[in-house]
Design a protein around this ligand. Structure first.
Ligand code: SF4
Length: 359
């Protein structure tokens, strides 16, 4: 059973999902690469890849124990997270230059990195630039902790005006005390409270934006199927219709030992174990759950379920498979770093394409 990009395989075609639960990315069939000239050199690019303007206008205003932006791969000389975006004029001129070179190529926009909303002025300017390149991105997604959407709600309307398809909002628990154990927002961020978080969710939904809540599974917050069911119930009561539970990515031995790798090792909850409870290898789905199907990418796999009115995705991913993908000679991902370098990887000294700060 192989998977093509964006392919959703319906439950009726997946007689034994357990067979593919681990390492399903090995069954992913990528699209044929396309040649493109960037900064005067020829590169092979995977059509449909996502472009990320690495969002670090400021240091992040949360300090999540699971933060992948704090993970230092062994081949990395530095972390992008530690070099905040400098002069905005030069930055946006460089970004516009990169987008001009990519015109006509099939791309998605994935706004992530640190926290894009932490500097509303930077993000407003970015959204203005997105609007000026309206035909460039087939899909636009913001990944956020919600902090700036809460304090600067004009950003929510600006996202709708820039035709964002989806906001993926990170929250590990509805109880603010439990959430804070893991996400550790700065004291001046109102979104740390449940009241402000829920008000922000309602505002995003009221603006007509699609919203998906993202819960990273871990033993300090959501770890069991009962926890998952409670979370889904609270999301549903709030009007949310899509939730994803992500396992912590497999790290292999690619990263230097630090506080985050140690926390992940200690608090990891295998997504596979939850899948096995929701849909045992032999048998029916758990009561109250419907299995809808599966998807896959080059380094992740999903199972899609429904519980009452909510689509619930369980997702596993591997940074080892991700590295294999980005080192395969075809660009799978584009990341525009604060230095003006465009790279085919999150690591700022890996898969460097060229610098866009100079014309
Ligand atoms: S909100 Fe995102 S970037 Fe900020 S600490 Fe949490 S995981 Fe890291």
């Amino acid at each position: 059973m192989s998977f093509r990009p964006n392919q959703f395989r319906h439950a009726s075609l997946v007689p034994s999902p357990g067979e593919y639960r681990e390492g399903r990315w090995r069954t992913f069939e990528p699209r044929a690469p396309v040649e493109k000239v960037l900064r005067g050199q020829r590169f092979l690019l995977r059509p449909g890849l996502t472009f990320t303007p690495y969002a670090n206008p400021t240091p992040c205003n949360a300090h999540c124990s699971f933060c992948s932006e704090e993970l230092l791969r062994l081949d990395a000389t530095r972390l992008s997270a530690k070099t905040p975006i400098g002069a905005h004029g030069r930055y946006f001129a460089g970004l516009a230059r990169a987008w001009q070179e990519l015109a006509g190529f099939e791309l998605g926009l994935s706004l992530s990195g640190l926290e894009a909303t932490s500097d509303p002025a930077w993000m407003s300017r970015l959204l203005t630039l997105v609007r000026a390149h309206d035909t460039l991105f087939a899909e636009r997604v913001l990944y956020t902790n919600g902090s700036g959407l809460c304090t600067a709600p004009a950003l929510i309307d600006a996202l709708a005006e820039a035709h964002f398809d989806r906001v993926e909002l990170s929250r590990v628990h509805f109880d603010e005390r439990v959430n804070h154990l893991v996400m550790r927002f700065d004291a001046d961020q109102p979104i740390r409270t449940r009241t402000a978080f829920e008000a922000t969710v309602r505002q995003v939904l009221a603006a007509g934006l699609e919203l998906k809540l993202v819960c990273i599974l871990n033993t300090q917050a959501v770890a069991s199927v009962e926890d998952v069911e409670r979370y889904v119930g609270e999301a549903e009561a709030l009007g949310v219709r899509r939730v994803v539970f992500r396992g912590l990515s497999e790290l292999g031995d690619l990263y230097r030992d630090n506080r985050e790798t140690r926390w992940m090792a200690k608090h990891r909850v295998p997504v596979r174990a939850l899948m096995d409870v929701l849909l045992p290898e032999e048998g029916e789905p758990r009561a109250g759950w419907t299995f809808e199907g599966v998807t896959s990418g080059y380094y992740y796999y999903n199972e899609v379920y429904r519980r009452r009115g909510v689509e619930v995705v369980l997702e596993g991913a591997s940074y080892v498979a991700h590295l294999d993908g980005v080192q395969g000679g075809v660009l799978q991902k584009l990341v525009f770093h604060s230095t003006g370098d465009l790279c085919g990887d999150w690591v700022p000294n890996a898969q460097v394409i060229g610098n866009y700060f100079e014309p």
